[in-house]
Design a protein around this ligand. Structure first.
Ligand code: UDX
Length: 441
């Protein structure tokens, strides 16, 4: 099949490379000429494990090409995927659909022959109708069907998620689209990934519902963590105890500094706004958002508490700046807010992250970026693990304790056990677990 993808960002690149790997002929289009020039040279603009290799293999095989021009790629395509961003609109939190509609107008110009336009971008329910209207307005003659095909890729594991999805959701309004989309995903279908066909509005809403539900799980366990701390219980054991119930499931019950990233914060907010437009109040999603915002303050309180109630003039080391490991993405990362709040309270913040420092330096210029994982501990009054990168999971704790001014370790991802910290002479605090005893002399 011939496939065009509009938007060579995170979703577009992973989807394009994945579809090319299935044997389809893929052209990825982006209006950013620098980005396309770099990609043509094999320079990948984002950090995503496995993506470099997947891109270069398929480019070498001639199945994947990059261009800034819509013309031939759209005219020849059987399917055009829209994979442009839908950021939060400034001021009101609605999804900003201007990139989607711009792309739609450009696609309309070049449509030729029967074409399916599939929206991969996360878009509010009803957007497909507007895409359809724009196409019809610009090209009343075109034989085009609009479908919704949301992505469920996790950053850091996107290639794996693309190849082995839990499900593929496709929203169609015309049966002719079913055959086309089945053909697109045939290799996965053969791997028994369920291909769920539904109507377009349902598919659009399914994406938001999935993200909101997962975000709710995270906020739920974070609230439980707070109660566990006060009541002397252990949230990890609570999570295990409830997670083994198959109706609940064990995933997304890891307490921590709250969710961040490019999806959950933006999508939960956009869902609440969309619901309001329909006179529906999504009180659970609203509470999820509020609890997540609060979690960052609670983490700062925990750090300040670990420093004896005042961080002014103190040095706090941070391990991790990205919103999760295996990505260079710092969008809405808890670490950025935590660093900002600590600096507002007079602390000097020193941070290390394997991939996120370049981006973070632009957003929080006051943070001192360290050379390696042990540097933030140097003369620090507390060391805080914010993002659970693998290299922070097996630190030489004696070395850490040896260089700190005050040997205090605040583990916001519950990576370590209290006993090992105490053996190394570190005071230990984590999230939702019984607090550390004083270190043995
Ligand atoms: C998410 C969805 O998982 C994906 O399906 C969708 O397409 C995009 O949004 P992503 O943002 O890459 O993916 O990250 P994810 O792994 O889902 O984590 C989201 C946030 O929740 C992270 O900040 C993570 O640290 C946090 N989280 C996750 C927890 O705090 N606890 C958990 O148990 C799980």
């Amino acid at each position: 099949m011939k496939i065009a993808i509009v938007g060579a960002g995170y979703v577009g690149l992973v989807t394009g490379a994945g579809l090319a790997d299935f044997g389809h002929q893929v052209t990825a289009i982006d209006v950013d000429a620098d980005r396309i020039a770099a990609l043509q040279q094999g320079v990948v603009p984002i950090f995503e494990p496995g993506l470099d290799e997947l891109l270069s293999r398929n480019m070498a095989a001639g199945r994947l090409v990059f261009t800034t021009s819509f013309g031939a790629a759209i005219a020849e395509a059987d399917v055009v995927f829209l994979a442009v961003g839908t950021p939060s609109r400034r001021g009101d939190g609605h999804a900003d659909l201007s990139y989607v509609y711009d792309a739609t107008r450009k696609v309309a110009e070049h449509l030729d022959g029967f074409t399916v336009v599939a929206t991969k971008s996360t878009v509010p329910v009803g957007t497909g109708d507007e895409v359809e209207r724009i196409l019809a307005e610009h090209r009343p003659d075109a034989d085009v069907l609009v479908v919704s095909n949301p992505e469920f890729l996790r950053e850091g594991a996107a290639i794996e998620d693309f190849k082995r999805p839990d499900r593929i959701v496709v929203g169609i309004e015309d049966e002719r689209a079913r055959a086309v989309m089945t053909e697109v995903y045939r290799p996965l279908y053969l791997n028994q990934a369920p291909l769920l066909f539904t109507n377009r509005r349902t598919a659009e809403l399914t994406k938001y519902a999935a993200n909101a539900f997962l975000a709710m799980k995270v906020s739920f366990i974070n609230e439980m963590a707070e109660l566990c701390e006060r009541a002397g219980a252990d949230v990890q054991e609570v999570a295990r105890g409830i997670g083994l119930d198959r109706r609940i499931g064990s995933k997304f019950l890891h307490a921590g500094p709250g969710y961040g990233g490019s999806c959950f914060p933006k999508d939960t907010l956009a869902l609440v706004r969309t619901a309001a437009d329909h006179d529906v109040s999504l009180s659970l999603v609203e509470a999820t958002i509020a609890a997540n915002a609060r979690q960052r303050f609670l983490m700062v309180d925990k750090i300040v508490g670990a420093c004896g109630g005042d961080v002014s003039g103190k040095t706090i080391g941070l391990l991790g700046l990205t919103f999760k490991p295996n990505t260079d993405d710092i969008r809405d990362a808890p670490a950025i807010d935590i660093a900002t709040m600590l600096m507002e309270r007079g602390a000097r913040v020193v941070a290390y992250d394997p991939q996120g420092m370049a981006a973070a330096a632009l957003v929080v210029p006051g943070v001192v970026m360290a050379e390696h994982a042990y540097a933030p501990a140097d003369n620090a009054d507390a060391l805080v693990l914010v993002t659970e990168w693998n290299e922070f999971r097996s630190l030489d704790l004696a070395r850490v304790a040896g260089v700190m001014r005050h040997p205090v370790f605040v583990d916001l991802r519950n990576v370590y056990r209290r006993e090992e910290m105490q053996r190394a002479g570190l005071r230990y605090m984590s999230v939702g677990r019984p607090d550390a005893e004083e270190p043995r002399p």
